[in-house]
Structure formats: C-alpha cells, structure tokens
Write a protein of this length. Structure first.
Length: 388
C-alpha cells in the first residue's frame, strides 16, 4: 500500500535524538536507577487554583462542543495579557486558542507557506521545526547562530538567505536550547528585513515568561500586520500536559487558522479553557515562581559542573535548559549522550538535533528536583573525567 509524500515530510530530521530519552523513560517505568534531564517538563505542580477550576467545570458538565477559536472570555484574557507584555493593540479577534504552542506553530506554518515557498528558521531550533515547516511542502532554510558568537543570530546570513520565494521567518525567543534572548537591536534588523521583503515573522515565545523581567523584545507592536506570536502555559505554569497554547496574529490569519481548526480539532475542551482562563489570571505569580525555581536550579548545575576541564557549560539567559560543550571529551554531542546514558544512566539530549552549530554540545534540562540534579552532576562529572 502507498502513502502520501507527507509522511516523509513529517518524519523530521531530529527524531533519533529522542531514542535515548525514550529508553530512559522505559527504564524508569521498570524501576531502574536513571536520571532524566532530556525533556522540558517542569517537576513542579500546576497551580492549585487551575486544577480546582478544571475539576469544578468537569463536575459541572463542561464537556461539550466549544467555539473553534476558543471561548470569547479566554481569547479576551489572552489578548489583554499579550497587550501588557508586548504593547500590541490586540483583541479577542486576534487570538486563536490552540492545543499547545506546537499546534499553533503547525497551524501558522500551514496557513503561511506551501509548495515552492521557502521558510527561514533561525538555528539552533527545536527538533519539531523541520517537520512543522516542511509539512506544507515548503523548503526550510536554516540560518546559523554560531557557537563562537554565543549562539546569537547571524544577521548578515539572515539577509542573504532571503529569496524571492521566502514567505516567513520562524524563531524562538528565548531560544531552546541555548536560552538566548533576541535583543532589541537584532529584533529591529529582523523587522526591517521582514518589512522590506513582505515576510511573516513567527515568534515562538513559550519561554518569554521565564526571561528575567518576564518580557522579551518583540515585533508585535512594531509590525502587527506581519507578526504572529505563539505562546502557551506549558512552561510558565507547569502545564505541558494540558495542551493550552495560542497564537496572536492579524484577524485575517486567525480566520484562516480557524478554518484549519475546524478540519483538524473542532474546538478544544471547555474545562481546559476555563482552567486556562484561571491560569492567565495568576500569570504574574506563576511565572515568577517558575522563573525563580529555574534560576536557582540553573545556578546549582553551573556550580556543580564548574571546574571539569573536559566540558564547558553555556549559561542561558532564560528558560530551563543549558548547553554543554563536550569537545574536550573528544566526543560529538550524540556520542556523549549515548555513552553517558550507557555508562551512567543519565539521559540528556544531543545538541546536534537542534542544528549544525550545536553538534558538539548536549542539552541538559535543569527543571527537576535538586536531588536528581545533584546525582546527575556527580555522574556527568565522573563520566567526563574518565575521558581526560
């Protein structure tokens, strides 16, 4: 039997990076001694008020169909929060509630590009991006953010990557895995290029609430008719399993995405939306809580791995990950990940899954309890020192 060409496009280029994580998860379920630092799933609990609201609405029978783009009150709350964060004059009609940020990115990609088009993605990039962008039939064009520059985007390289076929620029700020925040000067250049070439700019801001001020520079207010902002509650509120995300975009694009949602999801659960509304109402407190925990754990890991000459940790500006340069061990990121798990039973992620410039790095997630982090650092230090 034959399949559509789509199945090749959605297979993705970084799928192998998760094999060690899947093996570690299975081992933990068997009761084995493993430490998993390979996925950004905070170990803290969803805020109690959010859980209580979901239970209340479930018990009240809020399990029926809902409007495709999300309930009006929720969209209004998202728009209000977006205005406060970005300065863009957004309203409910500019918002589509989605099944997580990944669904929002996929929907934006499907509505902005197609066969024969090109979409630029700034490296390092999350491993789902290639499939998400290329599922449309468009070609993904990577633009480097070299390690020697501290993983800051190569703006000259971005300009030279733009062609007559380019339709959009996708990037995350703060970045996953580097934790780099695109600064105001860089954002200005990106905006000028987008304006000059009539390009969409899709910014993935799922970690924005974990930036030092809870804010990041953006283009939403400066270039509202060309900017799509994607966000969610997954990281800031420790709600990845709730699949509560959204996009803020021009009204016409939201209408197109709504039609896609009609064909794909047909609306999202009402009790989840009511819980999300509660979560947005306590966003400042929830973000501050997660931000403080991540900052404390980041500093703990940096201190625990300091002084190991074979590795070099790259301190992130925000988020819940750090990149570790493992060239001193004589190993690639994939080799380090694989051998560390085999010898020490610590699961991290191969930096090569995020792009060429991170191929000699591994990504460590520090959003877990300090006892696990302490044990993981002991094992990583021991593993690295054996390669002296």
């Amino acid at each position: 039997m034959r399949y559509s060409d789509l199945v090749e496009r959605v297979a993705g280029e970084g799928a192998d990076a998760w094999n060690t994580h899947y093996a570690a998860t299975a081992a933990r379920e068997r009761g084995e001694d493993v430490v998993i630092l390979s996925i950004g799933d905070p170990d803290i609990d969803t805020p109690r008020a959010v859980i209580d609201r979901a239970i209340e609405r479930l018990e009240a029978g809020d399990t029926h169909y809902t409007p495709i783009p999300g309930r009006e009150r929720l969209r209004e709350a998202i728009a209000r929060r977006h205005r406060e964060r970005t300065g863009q004059n957004a309203e409910a009609a500019n918002v589509m509630f989605c099944s997580g940020a990944q669904n929002a990115l996929f929907s934006a990609s499907m509505c902005l590009a197609g066969p024969g088009d090109e979409v630029i993605a700034l490296e390092p990039l999350y491993p789902t991006y290639p499939a998400t962008l290329q599922v449309t039939g468009a070609r993904m064009v990577r633009v480097r953010a070299p390690a020697e520059s501290g993983f800051r985007v190569d703006l000259a390289g971005l300009e030279s990557a733009i062609s007559a076929r380019t339709r959009a620029i996708f990037f995350a700020t703060p970045n996953n895995p580097s934790g780099v925040i695109v600064n105001d000067e860089e954002m200005t250049v990106i905006g000028e290029l987008a304006r000059r070439h009539s390009l969409w700019v899709v910014t993935d801001e799922v970690y924005a609430g974990l930036a030092p001020t809870g804010r990041v520079p953006g283009l939403a207010a400066r270039l509202p008719e060309q900017t799509v902002t994607v966000a969610s509650l997954s990281k800031t509120h420790a709600m990845p399993g709730w699949r509560a995300g959204w996009m803020v975009a021009p009204k016409e694009l939201i209408e197109h995405v709504e039609e896609l949602g009609l064909a794909m999801l047909y609306g999202l659960p009402g009790f989840i939306q009511e819980a999300a509304l509660t979560a947005i109402g306590i966003a400042e407190q929830a973000e501050e809580r997660t931000r403080d925990i991540c900052a404390r754990r980041r500093d703990f890991v940096l201190a625990a791995l300091a002084g190991v000459p074979q590795i070099r940790c790259m301190a992130p500006a925000a988020g819940m990950f750090l990149l570790i340069d493992v060239r001193g061990c004589g190993l690639s990121g994939h080799e380090f990940m694989t051998e560390l798990y085999r010898e020490e039973r610590v699961s991290i992620l191969d930096g090569g899954a995020f792009g060429r410039d991170t191929a000699d790095f591994v990504r460590l997630c520090f959003a877990t309890d300090e006892a696990s982090l302490r044990e993981a650092c002991v094992r990583i230090r021991r593993f690295a020192q054996r390669r002296h």
